[in-house]
Design a binder for this molecule. Sequence first.
Ligand SMILES: [Zn+2]
Ligand SMILES: [Zn+2]
Length: 178
Amino acid sequence: MTLDIVCNFRKCRRSLSSQAWVTTCSHAFCVEHGKSEFRHNAENSLTCPACGNELRDKFDVIQADLKPSETFKSIVLAGLKPDTIMDVAMRAMSFWSYQIEQETLYQETLAKHSKEKLQCLEEASTINMKKLHAELEGCKRKITTLQTEFNKKRKQTEELNAKKAIPVIVMSLWIFLN
Ligand SMILES: [Zn+2]
Ligand SMILES: [Zn+2]
């Protein structure tokens, strides 16, 4: 499983796979943000850009090689007592669990926002559908009314035409008889 921590500087979130600045308050930063935040500040005035913790000790923030060589891995804890080795490993693991916890919270917040956005869109879409449906019903009623009106007028016209035809028939009959 390849799992990388990400830069904790505001919205940077750059994946950290080879070099990183790490702090004792369990925060990690990319080379660019580590340089700008930690290198140019005067001693004893460093603060963590993620949590505001003061980083007074020279080991409160270090630049770590996230892909250490085999030689480094062989020597870095060599000579230390087993309980110290375990203590170091436990602290490194707690750094990781804090990072994973933060990432999970971040992803959960993202998912929540997306869900809320989707809900809003769905509600807006339902309202629009209802509005369109109402408009359609209105149009249908209008068509029915117009159709009824048209039928009425047509009937009136037919009746009128029939009435007009009677004198013509009478006249024709009179001419024929004479
Ligand atoms: Zn960064
Ligand atoms: Zn911090």
